[in-house]
Design a protein around this ligand. Structure first.
Ligand code: AMP
Ligand code: MG
Length: 475
């Protein structure tokens, strides 16, 4: 068998009726394309080397697509910041199809390849800055064991793209189980097109939960699956201190994968009110609001199912969300501290963790490694509450299960993906040096619990802790 035979390609979404579910789109090429990084471990794991040879760069930069691809833009709608926004859709990204390597089926999406019928006023482009943020952010979450889209490769260019300043365009190929969003269901529900909504529901079940395809009450069971996956996802975000920043329903995947990295970030000190997105003036998407927002988004999904599932059933499931979230959060924290799941001391440890890392100048993502005694170079020392940290360490020492440390070792970061680290990496890349991106990506694959000199260098000298940090949505 040749390497090419190890992978098969399909494009199931293209079988849905054109113009109702999608539009055909040819990518628009960027000029002066160069590789910023190829995700070698992922490429190797999925046996994709023949499709990522250097000579194919033009396809990834938006010239003639590879023969295996079927580029199209999907239509969807959504609620943004709590308001119905109407039709949105892939405005600067294209579905390319699905690759199957052994057990692994991944949907491909080319982001930044030009305008589509759903671009509205946008230019269809993604800038290098935000593409690097997405590429590294998603690899970091994957390394921490959080479900997410993955970046396969990142291409830079000389094409100028206007944002607050002039920047350059980039493309990112990202892979995931499915790019279907809550907004895909909302689109047909709000247009009052029940037949198309039914087609969409059947497609989603076939893609994500095929074991339910022939079950009579599959819509209710599917909703429950989405609810459980979403509870687990937001629990992982809360556990590691991740703030998505734009949890609109069009950015919420039905697969329970982290999708659409925009103005995301990680907590510095532990602060439920932490807001990363500067257009989010009411703090709707603050760190501590994320579970509640996920439940709100799921209520939007539930509404689309009232034609086939009773309101009592949907409301009953939605009411279960907080308990399922809490269970998933405790499960995640137990894994991250190598605690037995039913150990009642976990609650006390979490209180100590939050208290020790509550002051500006501490960095919550470091708390797991510091409490559990991982070797590393940490930034939290000056402001951490020493007494409380010592109490937490003693409790951890007494209560953790050595037999569970294997998993903990894989998912405990000794270095964090800070916003200033990302800024420094982006600056280097804009100055022509992409090596720091490659070294960080390789470090993530070696394991985030291992010390990484590049990360220590890039994390040193953080900006003042009370400097107030916000990111813009512009990407
Ligand atoms: P986002 O907030 O990035 O998830 O985007 C919300 C919607 O705006 C989606 O439909 C995107 O495809 C679209 N969009 C964002 N930026 C652009 C752009 N530069 N060009 C075209 N469409 C865009
Ligand atoms: Mg989006």
């Amino acid at each position: 068998m040749t390497a090419r035979d190890a992978v098969s390609w399909s494009a199931p979404y293209r079988a849905l009726p054109e113009d109702i579910f999608w539009s055909p789109v040819s990518p628009e090429p960027l000029t002066g394309a160069y590789w910023v990084d190829k995700n070698e471990s992922l490429i190797e794991a999925l046996q994709l080397e023949p499709w990522l040879s250097d000579d194919l760069i033009d396809a990834y930069a938006g010239s003639t697509p590879l023969a295996e691809w079927s580029p199209l833009a999907q239509v969807y709608s959504g609620h943004q910041f709590g308001q119905w926004a109407g039709q949105l859709g892939d405005g600067r990204g294209l579905y390319l199809g699905v690759s199957q390597s052994g057990e692994h089926a991944f949907e491909w999406h080319l982001k930044g390849a030009g305008q589509t019928p759903y671009s509205r006023f946008g230019d269809g482009r993604a800038v290098l800055r935000s593409s690097i943020r997405e590429y590294l952010g998603s690899e970091y979450l994957a390394a921490l064991g959080v479900p997410t889209t993955r970046g396969l490769c990142l291409v830079g260019s000389q094409t100028p793209v206007r944002r607050e300043t002039m920047e350059t365009g980039a493309t990112l190929v990202r892979l995931c189980q499915s790019h279907l969003r809550i907004g895909h269901f909302e689109h047909f529900y709000h247009r009052q097109e029940p037949d198309h909504l039914r087609t969409m529901i059947e497609f989603a079940i076939a893609q994500l939960d095929p074991d339910l395809s022939d079950v009579a009450d599959r819509d209710a069971l599917f909703f429950e699956r989405v609810l459980n996956r979403s509870a687990r996802l937001v629990a992982e975000w809360m556990a590691i201190g991740f703030v998505h920043g734009v949890m609109n329903t069009d950015n919420t995947a039905l697969s329970g994968e982290t999708l659409d990295y925009g103005p995301y970030g990680f907590l510095t000190h532990y602060n439920p009110d932490f807001v990363i997105n500067h257009t989010d003036q009411t703090g709707r998407y603050a760190y501590g609001q994320q579970p509640r927002v996920m439940q709100w988004n799921l209520a939007c999904l539930a509404e689309t199912l009232v034609g086939s599932v009773s309101v009592e059933t949907l409301q009953g499931l939605l009411k279960e969300f907080p308990a399922r979230y809490m269970q998933a959060y405790q499960h995640s924290m137990a894994r991250r501290f190598a605690f037995a799941e039913d150990n009642p001391a976990l609650a006390e440890l979490l209180k100590l963790q939050q208290t020790a890392f509550a002051k500006p100048g501490t960095y919550y993502p470091e708390s797991f490694a510091l409490i559990s005694g991982f070797e590393g170079t940490y930034l939290s020392h000056a402001a951490v509450d020493r007494d409380v940290l010592e109490q937490a360490k003693r409790l951890w020492e007494r209560e953790h299960e050595p037999g569970l440390r294997g998993i903990q070792n894989q998912i405990t970061p000794t270095w964090m993906l800070s916003h200033w680290m990302l800024d420094r990496v982006i600056q280097s890349a804009e100055d022509g040096d992409c090596a720091p991106i490659r070294r960080l990506r390789q470090g993530m694959h070696q394991g985030v619990s291992q010390q990484l000199p590049e990360a220590v260098r890039l994390n040193s000298q953080p900006p003042p802790a009370d400097g107030g940090f916000h990111l813009s949505c512009s990407s």
